[in-house]
Design a protein around this ligand. Structure first.
Ligand SMILES: Nc1nc2c(ncn2[C@@H]2O[C@H](COP(=O)(O)OP(=O)(O)OP(=O)(O)O)[C@@H](O)[C@H]2O)c(=O)[nH]1
Ligand SMILES: [Mg+2]
Length: 906
């Protein structure tokens, strides 16, 4: 019949002729009826209007450019070498589901990656091997195991080879029109590939398939770019209950799983290899091969779970991870990166990524780029990196690129407040409406001026500042690479940038409240070493201060001597009044008198101090005058002066500590001990900003827990001196992301006066109160927790009996009830010392003030900065407060495939 019909219908399409064996032909036709009339209605055949027949639109060739629009059949599971038995089966062309899985159906990834996962070769070697052998399909790697090299590309390749084309032809085929064919095929054995054409080569189709096992729902796609966006926007919907494996639907949220970097499907240990196959593009379900990754997972590229590592050999993992990182389809799409308002072209993206200093961790987004200096940042934000300058990428930088509001233009961009502050700290004074040029070597120049301003990268304080604020560190002339070598300050910064501490503790307090002591104590407590740079600075500071202390003593000595002499003169004139007024100068030697040599030294030192040149004469002075310092310190007059140190207002308590070891300290090879560092005044950086990181173990509320078994959290302690905060603490706005503010107040301030401006001095406790109010009410800290550190409790204990708390007018109502047998040192009513009561009273004053300003609760801690325990307790308390805060917030669950436990929310 078919033969007959073929004769009847010679115009049938001829391209099916060679498919005779595969296509049966069936036809229907109508004939005119000539029989007897019928009693029923005969249905009429309505003529068909050809134009009304629906037809499938031709496939747009552009849609085939992208792999994502091409129907894919899954690659063979190649996690392990295939057994010989299976290989034989495959060779015989029979069973295609030997593993109970669709075997050997390979999607053609855009990378054209060849899926050898078990060989000893790395990818390039493997390609070389393929190049030289010209054989594809299975290669015999081990005695009893075969390795499947095939993908559809290879299949195509094998055909090309068979047809006379070599591997080079294949490569050019892949690179030139790889995107057009969209071929998928079943795997052939090496022999098959030599002798046969692929048995099943699919024509391109605009229909995509759904994997019945993975519940993927894919959209029909027509346009390449749109298709990419669809996939990027919409991960395939999955109705899998949380915690279950997406393939076997078993397990719970604690079952180890690996996650697909495209659709976030999770697979358990038994299913992962089946679901992900050979992973020619890394950890993707087989249905996701060829699709761009989910952008939020970009940071996890190249980091697989422990589970997968256990399943595959190191080599396999290495190769898969390399594919994952390098294969083209996983790369950041160029059009998603916008620089200075313009999306990047493919060429610009290549240019950007291959420059000597490319942007780190580039993600889709809008960026600004200062081509002159190389500064790079997110649109509307301060700079975050320095990349290679002069790259021809993106558009022209705009004035408001970083959303600055300083009216200071640097390379046509209005800089941000934090950059302005950095320049301020670096000593580059610039007020609004100024245009500067910043070159790639870090030099500034005012527009239209010839004078260069020093590269600010040279100043260690600025570098630290850059580190604290995550600003890029500008290179300096001595180290144009950006100062990343042998620079402890910078190292701190870089480490900081890398690790990103989880919580920032912001330490601030008025002058001499003890913030630097607490900061150093924290470093010592948590074994954060002082860098060589810091040690040298501290040594220099201790030696300089020693001369200051000596100067204060010498000044005191002069004063005491004069007092005595005046007294003696008075007495003499009363005792022996006479016309000559003889004062009997032979008797003018007092216990405060020193010999002529020491007197000469004393005069010189006092003169240097008055002229403010003390720092200039160091360190030469240390070498020169060490013997004199020793002699002076041991001199009876100085010792007598020192005994009256309580009358020397300027002499700090720690002075005696260093003066006691003045000989040691003034030696050239003096190395400060930890205690010396703690007692030294100040820290290191002149700008009053310091930061350090440490870990704290979580607070253990369960007594059964072993010590050291709880997770630890990273903290960053940032200490800022108020003198660097500008008028009305303007610069506090730089510290928006702090977790908690530690406000330090010296308990001993209540009866002390500050050296006020123009001779106007004020009670120091009231000064502290004023600063406290300013910081607390700063908009930046509106919702921040505050921990008040009431420091110098030891001094409060010492002085409270001698000097009543009511000396400070704010504490006028301090009227503790004292029992009759009151002993200030031991107890009041056998429970609290007067100092403790005073502490609670002061704490309450601050709490009430805080509540009136914020309506919130103030936390308070009693501290003696020179004692490690109390500082440790206060910092742990700060950590605990932050933890309480976290617990109050809704639970954020981490979702990272590098975690071996399934913790995602899906
Ligand atoms: N007795 C005693 N002295 C302390 C205590 N804490 C700090 N000091 C001393 O108080 C002085 C000032 O302390 P710093 O830590 O330098 O104070 P600061 O907040 O850094 O203030 P600036 O010096 O203005 O930067 C130093 O001499 C410290 O040794 C304490 O708890 N007890
Ligand atoms: Mg200090």
């Amino acid at each position: 019949m078919a033969g007959f019909l073929r004769k009847l219908l010679p115009t049938l399409p001829s391209n099916h002729d060679d498919d005779d064996n595969h296509h049966s032909m069936e036809y229907s036709f109508a004939m005119e009826y000539h029989g007897p009339p019928v009693t029923y209605d005969v249905p009429l055949a309505v003529p068909v209007d050809i134009d009304q027949v629906p037809t499938a639109a031709a496939v747009v060739s552009a849609s085939l450019v992208d792999n994502s629009s091409v129907p894919v059949i899954q690659p063979i599971v190649m996690g392990k070498p295939l057994s010989k038995k299976l290989v034989d089966k495959l060779k015989s062309g029979s069973e295609m589901t030997a593993l109970g899985e669709p075997v050997g159906l390979s999607a053609r990834g855009s990378s054209g990656a060849v899926g050898s996962l078990n060989g000893d070769e790395s990818a390039p070697k493997l390609l070389d091997a393929i190049r030289s052998s010209g054989r594809f399909g299975f290669s015999k790697i081990h005695k009893d195991s075969y390795e499947l090299l095939g993908s559809s590309d290879m299949l195509q390749l094998s055909n090309d080879c068979k047809d006379g084309g070599g591997f080079e032809d294949y490569l050019s085929h892949v690179s030139s029109d790889s995107s057009e064919s969209g071929v998928s095929s079943e795997v052939l054995s090496s022999e098959d590939s030599k002798t046969e054409k692929p048995r099943h080569v699919k024509e391109p189709s605009s229909v995509t398939f759904r994997d019945p096992e993975s519940y993927d729902i894919f959209q029909e796609e027509s346009d390449h770019a749109e298709a990419r966006n669809i996939h990027r926007r919409r991960a395939p919907e999955r109705n899998v209950k949380k915690g279950l494996c997406y393939r076997c639907l078993k397990g719970n949220r604690f079952t180890e799983k690996e996650v697909c970097i495209v659709c976030s499907a999770k697979y358990c240990v038994s299913c992962v290899l089946r679901a992900m196959g050979s992973m020619p593009e890394g950890r993707k379900c087989v249905t996701c091969i060829g699709l761009p990754i989910e952008e939020s997972r970009r940071r996890t590229l190249g980091k697989c779970s422990q589970m997968l590592k256990r399943l595959l050999s190191d080599l396999e993992i290495e190769l898969i991870m390399r594919y994952e990182l390098l294969c083209e389809v996983n790369q950041l799409p160029h059009e998603l990166v916008c620089v200075n308002g313009e999306p990047l072209s493919q060429e610009e993206m290549v240019f950007l990524k291959s420059c000597p200093k490319p942007p780190k961790k580039l993600k889709p987004g809008r960026y600004w780029y200062d081509k002159v200096s190389g500064l790079w940042g997110k649109e509307g934000h301060r700079p975050c990196q320095i990349i290679s300058p002069q790259l021809n990428v993106g558009g022209q930088i705009k004035r408001n690129a970083s959303n600055g509001n300083t009216k200071i233009l640097v390379n046509s961009r209005e800089i941000t407040e934090v950059e302005h502050w950095m320049m301020h700290v670096a000593g580059i004074r610039c007020v609004g409406n100024i245009s500067l040029w910043l070159s790639a070597d870090g030099t500034y120049q005012e527009e239209g001026q010839k004078n260069m301003i020093d590269p600010i990268g040279n100043k260690s304080g600025v570098r630290l500042l850059c580190a604290v604020f995550s600003l890029p560190i500008l290179p300096d002339s001595a180290n144009p690479s950006g100062g990343e070598v042998n620079d402890p300050v910078n190292e701190v910064g870089l480490n900081r940038l890398e690790q990103k501490a989880s919580h920032k503790l912001f330490l601030i307090g008025p002058n001499r409240s003890g913030t630097s002591t607490i900061f150093k104590q924290a470093k010592l407590l948590y074994n954060v070493p002082f860098s060589e740079d810091e040690r040298q600075n501290i040594k220099f500071m201790i030696q300089t201060n020693l001369y200051c202390y000596l100067g204060i003593l010498l000044e005191g000595r002069e004063r005491f001597e004069e007092e005595i002499l005046t007294e003696m003169q008075k007495r003499q004139s009363v005792d022996e009044p006479g016309p000559s007024g003889n004062t009997g100068l032979t008797q003018d030697k007092t216990i405060y008198s020193i010999g002529p040599r020491l007197k000469a030294f004393s005069d010189w030192l006092l003169q240097v101090m008055v002229s403010g040149n003390l720092e200039v004469i160091f360190p030469a002075a240390t070498r020169e005058y060490a013997p004199l310092v020793e002699e002076l310190w041991k001199d009876a007059a100085i010792q007598a002066t020192y005994n009256r140190r309580s009358e020397l207002k300027m002499l700090p308590r720690v002075a005696s500590y260093f003066l006691d070891q003045s000989v040691e300290v003034s030696k050239v090879d003096y190395e400060p001990s930890d205690v010396d560092i703690l007692y030294a005044e100040g820290i290191t950086s002149s700008n009053g900003l310091a930061c350090t990181e440490f870990s704290l173990e979580d607070v253990d509320l369960d007594p059964h827990n072993q010590p050291g078994t709880l997770p630890s959290r990273r903290f960053e302690l940032i200490r800022v001196h108020p003198k660097n905060l500008g008028d009305n603490c303007k610069w506090l706005e730089m510290f928006e992301d702090v977790g908690i503010v530690l406000f330090c107040v010296s308990l001993s301030d209540y009866d002390e006066l500050s050296d006020g401006l123009n001779g106007f001095s004020r009670n120091k406790m009231l000064e502290s109160k004023k600063l406290f109010e300013r910081v607390v009410t700063h908009p930046n800290f509106e919702h921040k927790d505050f921990l008040l550190i009431l420091n110098k409790f030891d001094l409060l204990e010492e002085k409270i009996d001698l000097s009543p708390l009511t000396k400070c007018e704010w504490f006028h109502d301090f009227t503790p009830v004292v029992s009759h047998n009151y002993n200030s040192r031991s107890s009041i009513s056998n429970t609290h010392s007067l100092a403790q009561i005073a502490f609670h009273y002061i704490a309450l004053k601050f709490k009430t003030l805080f509540y009136s300003l914020t309506g919130r609760k103030l936390y308070v801690s009693s501290v003696t900065g020179l004692e490690p325990d109390t500082v440790g307790e206060a910092l742990t308390y700060a950590g605990t407060i932050l933890k309480w805060d976290e617990e109050k917030k809704p639970n954020y669950v981490l979702c990272d495939s590098s975690y071996s436990l399934d913790t995602s929310t899906s």
